[in-house]
Design a protein around this ligand. Sequence first.
Ligand SMILES: [Zn+2]
Length: 377
Amino acid sequence: MDALILSALQESATPALYRRNAFRVTGLPTNVDEDVVRQLRSTARSPEAVRAYDRILGDPRRRLIEELFWLWDTEILRCACPGAVHREHDAAVRAHSSALRLESRSAKLSDGELRRLDEVWITAARAWDEQLERLSLVEQHLLHRMRVLDERLDGAVLEGLHGELRKTLYRPLVSLYATVQPERRAALGRAALAWPAPPDFGRDPLSYQAEPLSERIEAVMRDVRHSLDAGDLAATTKLLRQSLLPAIRQLSAVAPPERHPRTSNLRNEVALLINEFGLQILESRGSTAEKLARRWFTTAEHFAADPQTRRMVIANNNFANEIVDQERHLGLQPPIDVPVYRRPPWPPALRWTVGVLAVVLVALLIPWLMWAWNYGR
Ligand SMILES: [Zn+2]
């Protein structure tokens, strides 16, 4: 595929696909004459507008991608396309643009507005699906535009457009899925299933399978948190081995962390919990548990997604090693926790009372013994 067309498509593949479109920003029609653009650029008031004018004035291949993601209605009179081609393309652009704009503020929408948004997503998915089905018609329009913009260009620049366009249209949905409120994910999952997903994203990108799994992992993490706070090593071990680790491995298989930010974030949180557990083992059992703690640090390292977490876990793993060396160097035995009972001292007042009573008792006892002695004889 043409490198400039490819990079233009990749740059556009964000939730701002239409919001940052050069024609939307400048308010100009897609068939605008370059002289008009040049004139307007000299009076542009914001850097964003200048950049937008430059995207129209620059390489015609860049402009072509801007045109692809904006309205063609003004072209009807000057283009050989049947009228329906422009109309249907514009319907897809309008629906998709609305879906992205509304979804980016879905946290503020009412229930009724959200239901409407769900419909807009499905409309956009179907409309773009049809555009991709009949891509040759879209390409014919683009070829016509190329001839107008620069007669040196030919159809070769559009080679491989189908696959890349699918990715460009799909990526904004994937990005939004990672950032919306958790309650919106099921609705976006439905939109994703209706969407013409690129083959390498799989048909389960935001999958229903991943959603309940992620929620279960969050619940188990809360349980692990409680048992860590309670310092219960046995309960934490059981939760990690039997629940958390199998679940996070399953999620990673369903929604791989390389493509799913949520999986990646969850893996990092799991790594932090396991790291804390390793430290707790060292703290409570010292060098006797060094090997056990190190095994947990190694597990944490495997799940650590961000470099900072990874560095911390590796440092703790080395620290476990150091503890053993230090204790060996000092000739210390592992701590044996046998408590020795020591009677608390008596309070002074009680000591005096007991002393006085003892003296009185002896003073009374002596005459009694003398009497008993005499009486016995
Ligand atoms: Zn046309």
